[in-house]
Design a binder for this molecule. Structure first.
Ligand code: NAP
Length: 301
C-alpha cells in the first residue's frame, strides 16, 4: 500500500484525512496550526514537521489549503513539498485554486520527477466527513488510475475531466451553480417569510420537488435556525467567485448573476462577517428588504 501524506487539516482536510486512515492508508499529516493535527494523531496518523517532511515520507501527497498563494507556499516555499518530494511521487491538490497556477506548479513538480493531479472537491464539510465527495480530476490518465484507491476513500463520484488544470475549471463550473443556488434559496426563504407562510413547511415542501438542491436541504434548515456556523466560509466562497470572474473575464463570457453575488458577499465581508457560512448571504438580502427571517421556535415548543 502506498504511503500517503496530507497537508491542510481544515474543515475539509479533517474529514478527508480521517477517511484515508479508516481505509487503512499509512498516513503522515501536517497542518500550519499544529493543534488541528491532534485528532488525526490520536487516530493513528504520524506527524510531519513540515510539508517537505510529509513529502519525503509519502508516495502520494494530498493538499487541501485555502487559496492559490497558499498552495504555492506549501509546494514551493521554504520546507515546501518540492524540497522533500521523491521522484516518482504523486501530488494531488484538492484545494480550489487558479487553473493557470496549477499548470505552473505541475511543471515545477515534473522537473523534480513528480506528477501532479488537480482534484478539487464538492460536497461540503458533510461530504468530506462521510467520504462522499464529488471529485473533479485533471491530469494524466495513468496518474488518475494510480490515485483511484485514495479518491475512493474520500469520494463517491470521481470524474477525470481532462488534462492538468481541467479539474479546477470544472470546479469553477460547480461554484457558479453553488452560489446561484444559494442566492435562489435566500430569496425564496425571504419571500416565504414575507408571504406569511410557515417557513419550515415551505422548505420541506419544495425541497422534495423540482426546486430541491443540496444547498436547500443542507443550508436551508441552518438559515431557519439562524445558525451561521460555516460548512464553507464567506471568505473562501468569495475567493472562488473571484476565481470564476477572473477566468470569465479572460474568456470574455458575461456572468451577470455571479457578478451580482460577488457584490452581495462583499457587503457581508465589509461588515466583518467573512468567517460565517456562505448561507449567511441571506443577511445581505435581509438588509435590502428591511426585515429578517424569523428564527424557528426551539424544538418541542
Ligand atoms: P479551512 O477550514 O479554512 O482550512 C484551510 C486550511 O488551509 C487550514 O488547514 C489552514 O491552516 C490551511 N492554510 C491556509 N493557508 C495556508 C498557508 N499559507 N500555509 C499552510 N496552510 C495554510 O478551509 P476548508 O473549508 O477546509 O477549505 C480548504 C479548501 O477546500 C479551499 O480551497 C476550499 O475552497 C476548498 N473547498 C471547501 C469546501 C467546504 O465546503 N468547506 C468544499 C469544497 C472545496 P491553519 O489551520 O493553520 O489555518
Amino acid at each position: 500500500m502506498e504511503q500517503v501524506g496530507f497537508i491542510g487539516l481544515g474543515i475539509m482536510g479533517q474529514g478527508m484525512a480521517h477517511n484515508l486512515l479508516k481505509a487503512g492508508f499509512p498516513l503522515t499529516v501536517w497542518n500550519r496550526t499544529a493543534s488541528k493535527a491532534e485528532p488525526l494523531l490520536a487516530a493513528g496518523a504520524a506527524a510531519g514537521q513540515n510539508p517537505a517532511e510529509v513529502a519525503a515520507r509519502s508516495d502520494i501527497i494530498l493538499i487541501c489549503v485555502s487559496d492559490t498563494p497558499d498552495v504555492e507556499n506549501v509546494i514551493l516555499g521554504e520546507n515546501g513539498v518540492l524540497a522533500g518530494v521523491k521522484a516518482g511521487s504523486l501530488v494531488i491538490d484538492c484545494s480550489t485554486i487558479s487553473p493557470i497556477v496549477t499548470r505552473k506548479l505541475a511543471e515545477k513538480l515534473a522537473a523534480a520527477g513528480a506528477a501532479m493531479l488537480d482534484a478539487p472537491v464538492s460536497g461540503g464539510s458533510e461530504g468530506a466527513a462521510r467520504g462522499a465527495l464529488s471529485i473533479m480530476v485533471g491530469g494524466e490518465a495513468k496518474d488518475v488510475e494510480r490515485a483511484m484507491p485514495v479518491f475512493e476513500a474520500i469520494g463517491k463520484k470521481i470524474t477525470h475531466v481532462g488534462p492538468i488544470g481541467a479539474g479546477q475549471t470544472v470546479k469553477l463550473v460547480n461554484q457558479i451553480l453553488v452560489v446561484g443556488n444559494c442566492l435562489a434559496m435566500c430569496e425564496a426563504l425571504l419571500f416565504a417569510q414575507a408571504g406569511g407562510v410557515d417557513t419550515a413547511k415551505a422548505l420541506e415542501a419544495v425541497a422534495a420537488g423540482a426546486a430541491g438542491s443540496w444547498m436547500l436541504s443542507n443550508r436551508g434548515p441552518q438559515i431557519l435556525q439562524r445558525d451561521w456556523r460555516p460548512g464553507f466560509t464567506i471568505d473562501l466562497q468569495q475567493k472562488d467567485v473571484r476565481l470564476i470572474l477572473n477566468a470569465a473575464d479572460e474568456l470574455g463570457v458575461p456572468l451577470p448573476g455571479t457578478a451580482l453575488i460577488f457584490q452581495l458577499y462583499r457587503t457581508l465581508q465589509a461588515q466583518g462577517l467573512g468567517s460565517e457560512g456562505n448561507h449567511a448571504l441571506v443577511k445581505a438580502l435581509e438588509h435590502l428588504a428591511g426585515f429578517e427571517i424569523e428564527p424557528l421556535p426551539p424544538s418541542g415548543s
